[in-house]
Design a binder for this molecule. Structure first.
Ligand code: ADP
Length: 216
């Protein structure tokens, strides 16, 4: 299974990404975690991106693409599955990622879109700020990250819909309900992924299905 996560900050990419990775026994490649790790280690790359991260700006495409290419090569040796969390964040990254995937015969099978409204996202991120103290979880920086998401990241969702690999899920529910719906959808897609070519598929919108997955 090869999954991309497309979601605004605070929607639960990290949490759902980790659950998907465990469920399918595939690596969880999280670009934000990889970048924060560089910053924490004070590597040359870390020093060059620290400011971008703390201002909530995107780091240059080339840096993340190189990181993800290296992670894909490792994932290929490990069976070829992955859940990629945090990339692509703009259309240029989406195109470039597709080329990397084609070169390695590892293009994504599913683009999982976690949907949530800004009010809920800001509330979650401010709660997380108290617990984790991430340098980009202050209200002005959260607002900047959300603006960037709406302006440059969200448009990619249509691109995945047109490729027939989009699955949309309502993320404004308890973690376990979102997880149940995500894993059920991905399991249902497993045979499709293996046997039906992308151009013959339709995107799947599960956002109206809350009740079937435990919403009261
Ligand atoms: P969030 O989605 O909550 O903003 P992430 O951990 O995914 O958190 O990303 C944190 C930061 O890392 C981003 O604000 C950005 O500065 C940087 N980043 C992560 N992935 C990318 C990417 N694909 N392209 C550019 N910058 C990125």
């Amino acid at each position: 299974m090869r999954v991309l996560l497309v979601a605004p900050p605070g929607a639960g990419k990290g949490t759902q990404g980790a659950l998907i990775a465990t469920h399918f026994d595939i690596p969880h490649i999280a670009t934000g975690d990889l970048l924060r790790d560089h910053v924490a280690r004070n590597s040359e790359l870390g020093r060059s991106v620290r400011e971008h991260l703390s201002r909530g700006e995107l780091v240059p495409d080339g840096i993340v693409l190189d990181m993800v290419r290296a992670a894909f090569i490792e994932a290929k040796a490990d069976g070829g599955g992955y859940v990629l969390d945090g990339m692509p964040r703009n259309l240029a990254q989406a195109r470039e990622l597709y080329e990397i995937g084609r070169g390695l015969e590892m293009t994504a099978n599913v683009a999982l879109h976690l949907k949530a409204n800004d009010e809920e996202l800001i509330r979650r991120l401010l709660t997380r700020a108290v617990l984790q103290g991430r340098s980009d979880d202050t209200e002005p920086v959260i607002r900047r990250r959300l603006t960037l998401y709406h302006e440059v990241t969200h448009p990619i969702v249509d691109w995945y819909a047109s490729r027939g690999i989009l699955v949309s899920v309502d993320a404004v529910r308890p973690v376990e309900q979102v997880a149940r719906q995500v894993l059920t959808a991905l399991e249902a897609m497993r045979p499709l992924v293996q046997h039906v070519p992308e151009h013959a598929r339709r995107s799947v919108d599960l956002t109206g299905l809350g009740a079937a997955f435990g919403r009261s």
